[in-house]
Design a protein around this ligand. Structure first.
Ligand code: NAD
Ligand code: G6P
Ligand code: MN
Ligand code: MN
Length: 435
């Protein structure tokens, strides 16, 4: 019988996770679900935790749901540990977004200056969690959902030494659904290969006759006749430049907008900033509405309103990954995992986001090979930036942090890098003991 733990259990996403377990009840012999949070998230945990209990009860399942602020009690003998915490909660995200924007620079919770600070706050905590896991549940799988998911997963595997870690994101799921819809084919008749790093990956698509459909999809989704769409609630729907994507020969992920059309994304973000409507501010209001709904003692299913969050359908990643490991299902999934030569342009031991079956011993990614030159340079730079961010997060070295900021393509200029770094270090001081 399984003991599953979620760290950051007070997140408004928790009903998504519970729904995913309920859907897979025949594949997951769950006994206990433990939701862990901290003092700051106590009230959220109580509200969404009661909601989780009602969902399990309504499904007629004998699982027990435990709410606790004691992480060690929860981790004892755990089989799977999923993480979905945000150090500093949404108020910290508001700073991640608004401080760079106040200097006319993109602020984003996973990319750019904001994402680097989210990594600085999060990596020490994930390494601490791993120390507890070594002692309390040495065989457990760590399913990391906490952003920036690629960097946090790399810190866990390479620096924490927790090999049984898989990083997840819902973006590839959206792209799979989008391709199936555009080609008017069932998703399971298509074969997908994704490669890159978290929020910076590309993909190719084949049908079951063996024919590659990537170029056709580029036309259907980004061509002159198509109506542009960002299937992510959190990413502004700005069209890519069709000719450039066509030249690339791979489908970009939604987050590539921040790089390929950075200037236009920045313009939109600045407008939102001026109106006091950056994504974190919008999400704060959505979260408040969600928790009002969760308080209703009659609500025992995931409400539609949760789709207003960018991470919708994430349980299709998290719960399916657990079911696939548990049952050696070999579901074809996109996971942040050790490269091991899958992408020849990137270091062997770094973490990449790639496709492949998930077995009982973890993901076994398909070989990808090399990227075309136009993608090779930028992904190597992005990976170098990530490695530098991780090193700064661990060592707390100012020079390393400044280097990460200087290398990040969303931070323009070394002087601006220093200005932003200095201001963010002060703003987030209480969550950065290492600096
Ligand atoms: P949130 O602000 O609601 O935070 C979730 C919970 O984490 C809060 O209840 C908070 O109190 C708790 N928390 C903070 N520090 C903690 C700690 N040290 N230990 C335990 N709990 C702690 O966040 P959210 O908006 O619900 O998002 C949750 C996380 O999931 C974020 O990191 C977000 O970036 C990530 N996310 C990832 C994806 C993905 O694609 N991988 C999708 C959506 C969200
Ligand atoms: C997408 C990304 C997540 C990100 C989320 C933000 O789903 O994959 O990594 O956390 O959007 O959504 P939000 O509603 O918090 O802006
Ligand atoms: Mn993501
Ligand atoms: Mn720069």
């Amino acid at each position: 019988a399984l003991k599953i733990v979620t760290i950051g259990g007070g997140s408004s996403y928790t009903p998504e996770l519970i729904e995913g377990y309920i859907k897979r009840k025949d594949e997951l012999p769950i006994k206990e679900i433990w939701l862990v949070d901290i003092e700051e998230g106590k009230e959220k945990l109580a509200i969404v935790g009661e909601m989780a209990k009602r969902m399990v009860k309504a499904a007629g399942l004998p699982w027990t749901v435990h709410l606790t602020l004691n992480r060690r009690e929860a981790l004892k003998d755990a089989d799977y540990v999923s993480t979905q915490f945000r150090v500093g909660l949404l108020n910290a995200r508001i700073k991640d977004e608004r401080i760079p924007l106040s200097h006319g620079v993109l602020g984003q919770e996973t990319n750019g200056a904001g994402g680097m600070f989210k990594a600085f706050r999060t990596i020490p905590v994930i390494l601490d969690i791993i120390k507890d896991m070594e002692e309390l549940c040495p065989d457990a799988w760590l399913v990391n959902f906490t952003n920036p998911a690629g960097m946090v997963t790399e810190a866990a595997i390479k620096h924490g030494g927790w090999k049984k870690t898989a990083g997840l994101c819902n973006v590839p799921i959206g792209h799979r659904k989008q391709a199936a819809e555009k080609l008017n084919l069932p998703e399971d008749e298509l074969f997908f290969k994704f490669a890159g790093i978290n929020h910076f990956h590309w993909h190719r698509v084949w049908d079951k006759t063996g024919k590659e459909r990537t170029a056709e999809l580029i036309d259907l989704i980004y061509g002159p006749q198509s109506e542009t769409e960002s299937h992510l609630k959190n990413i502004h729907n700005v069209p890519f430049h069709y000719e450039q994507i066509k030249d690339l020969g791979m489908l970009p992920c939604g987050y590539h907008r921040y790089y390929y059309i950075e200037d236009e994304m920045l313009e939109h973000s600045i407008e939102e900033f001026k109106k006091g409507e950056t994504r974190a501010q919008v999400v704060k209001a959505t979260e408040a509405r969600l928790f009002e709904l969760y308080k209703d003692p009659n609500l025992d299913y995931k409400p539609k309103e949760l789709e207003e969050r960018g991470g919708t359908h994430y349980s299709d990643a998290a719960c399916e990954l657990i079911a696939s490991i548990q049952n050696d299902k070999r579901t074809d999934m996109v996971v942040s995992t050790a490269n091991n030569g899958t992408i020849t342009d990137l270091p062997y031991d770094c973490i990449v986001e790639v496709s492949g079956p998930v077995t009982s011993h973890g993901p076994e990614p398909y070989n990808w090979g090399a990227f075309p030159p136009a993608a090779r340079g930028i992904i190597q730079m992005m990976k170098g930036m990530e490695e530098t961010v991780i090193r700064a997060a661990i060592d707390g070295d100012y020079g390393t942090a400044l280097h990460a900021f200087t290398v990040n393509p969303l931070v323009p200029g070394g002087v601006m890098a220093k200005t932003l770094l200095d201001e963010l270090l002060v703003a987030h001081k209480e969550h950065l003991p290492q600096f």
